[in-house]
Design a protein around this ligand. Structure first.
Ligand code: M6R
Length: 579
């Protein structure tokens, strides 16, 4: 949640900060702001989207600056609560990603000592605390106040008259980009792609003192060396490339991102870990949780491997007995609940593996080993290509445990994914766009596929949607079926085909219109549903992928028909770094 950027060098900071914030807008987009070191500390901040009022920032001068794009936690989104926050004197400005949990105590104490607060945010205490300790040395002041903060933070601070940024991180991500006589800082790599491929992932507890020509990183008061790593993404990956939305571009990138993730394979350490596991527990949230549930169905049936899946937010407070390998699945690698679960698994001495798309992210540093997905940057808030890339990584685990039985299916899956991208969906979109509620149903691995279809539909179209195991609908939700309530059913050949067909007929008997995804040529199914959407007749693993992609497209086109803000749906952020 929230994205921060910093620039220090020889160039005009403002356009670089604005561009960087736009790249980070997926982390939060209810307000934004910048501060630069010009003749004084100059601040511009505004509620709403960057593109609506960025022109107002054009007057900010200076080649040192910080910026923030917000997903509100403390205080509603408005101009005052937007970051940066300043101290009483206006000499110090701070941007922050994370939550200062003891901010009310600190605020009360600071108020008693005479400080005046302007905003309702937790962050503002940081600016006032720095003010109390600032005697011309910003690094010393930041170092003095960090022990007072409880919670999580990535902070950038500047002061007037000094070409210097002090950065600190604890439990919120922060990356430095190293250029030629210029240094960048950001919540993740995407704002850096234009300028440098050399990055440093700060560790929890690190404090960086940055000037145009050098950066020094401290940990526990001592200078430390952090390795410079090369980014494995390029700037084109983060551009919209002529598509109407990032989400559509990312849906269309799936043949490639799936293929690349399969091609990258699994390294020897991870292989050994997987082969030694006699049980696997997976922790994840949201879409990533759906991939783990699909994995459970597939791994238990194909490799007779016991699998349990846990929602990250529950796991921390209701930790089950743990045995065997624990895998954390997270596109961003920064989801607070998933990280907390991973840390608990480590504390119980379980071997741990992270599956993530984000090089250098927190899960990669907490877990013993990592499988890095090759999806490239995903900017749309709705997970699409990261979902199928997670499935690519998880299906490779199944393939490994089954001695390569699915080599052929996995190495050709991208072709089938490409085929469904062109699927005609007009009729189904018209039906869904008129509906108030839509149900998604399937059995076995198509149950999580349905849950994911429903999540995509609700998050970007705002239509109420539920994903159910098909047999469950008659245990309550049938009461909601009407001629205006479409049911999207996935029904492909296999042991549950017959019972699925019966379930569909039961829904039809309640007059619900049924949109069915079935394999091409299934005239029987096509004959008794309202709308039939064919997917290629492939291996079950591949059907899971193609059905998912069709449901992404259904949600996307429905949201477009309703003129929703597809890439930035209301109230959401892509990287959920709070519990
Ligand atoms: O980064 P993560 O995969 O850990 O994110 C978990 C969820 O917040 C995420 O999957 C969310 O549900 C999707 N963006 C929804 O499309």
């Amino acid at each position: 949640m929230c994205g921060i950027v910093g620039y220090i060098g020889r160039r005009d900071a403002t356009p670089i900060l604005i561009q960087g914030l736009k790249r980070l807008e997926y982390r939060g987009y209810d307000s934004f702001g910048l501060a630069t070191v010009g003749s004084a500390v100059e601040v511009y901040k505004k509620a709403g989207r960057i593109s609506d009022s960025e022109a107002g920032a054009s007057g900010l001068a200076g080649s040192t600056g910080i910026g923030h794009t917000r997903w509100a936690t403390h205080g509603e989104p408005n101009d005052v609560n937007a970051h940066p926050h300043i101290d009483c004197t206006g000499r110090i400005a701070v941007v922050h990603n994370g939550i200062i949990e003891n901010y009310s105590d600190l605020k009360r104490q600071l108020t008693e000592r005479g400080h005046t607060f302007l905003s309702e945010t937790d962050t503002e205490v940081i600016a006032h605390l720095i003010e109390e300790h600032y005697d011309g040395d910003l690094l010393a002041a930041v170092n003095a106040i960090l022990p007072l903060l409880e919670g999580s933070y990535a902070i950038l601070a500047i002061t007037e008259n000094t070409q210097r940024i002090v950065a600190a991180r604890d439990a919120s991500p922060l990356v430095l980009g190293v250029g030629d006589a210029e240094v960048f800082a950001a919540s993740d790599m995407t704002p850096l792609l234009e300028y440098t491929e050399r990055v440093i992932f700060l560790e929890d507890g690190d404090v960086a003192d940055i000037t145009p020509d050098r950066y020094t990183i401290y940990h526990d008061g001592r200078v430390v060396e952090r390795p410079i790593e090369l980014i494995n993404w390029c700037v084109e990956d983060a551009r919209k490339g002529g598509f109407a939305h990032y989400m559509l571009k990312e849906i269309y990138e799936q043949p490639q991102s799936f293929y690349e993730t399969i091609r990258a394979g699994i390294d020897d350490h991870v292989r050994q870990m997987i082969m030694e596991a006699d049980e696997i527990t997976l922790v994840a949230c949201g879409t990533s949780y759906h991939t783990t549930l699909a994995f459970k169905y597939l791994a238990e049936s194909f490799c007779n491997l016991p699998v349990r899946v846990e929602v990250g937010s529950e796991f921390k407070y209701f930790t089950p007995p743990l045995r065997g390998l624990v895998i954390a699945v997270s596109q961003s690698g920064e989801t607070a609940d998933t990280i907390a679960a991973l840390k608990m698994a480590k504390a119980r001495n379980c071997p741990t593996l992270a599956i993530t798309n984000m090089q250098g992210s927190t899960v990669t540093r907490v877990a013993d080993e990592t499988i890095l997905m090759r999806a490239g940057p995903e900017i749309g808030v709705a997970a699409t290509k990261s979902y199928t890339a997670q499935l690519a990584a998880l299906m490779q685990i199944i393939n490994l445990r089954c001695d390569g039985a699915f080599d052929d299916a996995l190495s050709h899956a991208h072709i089938a994914i490409g085929d469904v991208l062109l699927q005609e969906l007009h009729e189904a979109v018209d039906l869904c766009a008129k509906a108030e509620h839509v149900f998604f149903v399937g059995r076995g691995p198509f149950y999580p596929v349905s849950m994911e279809g429903a999540l995509k539909m609700k998050e970007i179209s705002y239509i109420h949607a539920e994903g159910y195991a098909a047999g469950e609908l008659k245990h309550g939700p049938f009461a909601l079926l009407t001629p205006e309530t479409p049911v999207v059913a996935v029904c492909t050949p296999g042991p549950t085909y017959g019972v699925m067909a019966s379930n569909i007929k039961e829904m039809k008997a309640r007059k619900a219109p049924v949109i069915a995804l079935g394999v091409a040529g299934d005239t029987e199914l096509a004959g008794f549903v309202d709308i039939f959407i064919p997917i290629p007749n492939t291996h079950l693993l591949v059907q899971v992928l193609t059905a998912s992609v069709v449901l992404q497209l259904l949600a996307y086109h429905t949201a477009c028909a309703l003129q929703r803000d597809v890439d930035k749906p209301r109230n959401l952020a892509k990287s959920v770094t709070v519990e």
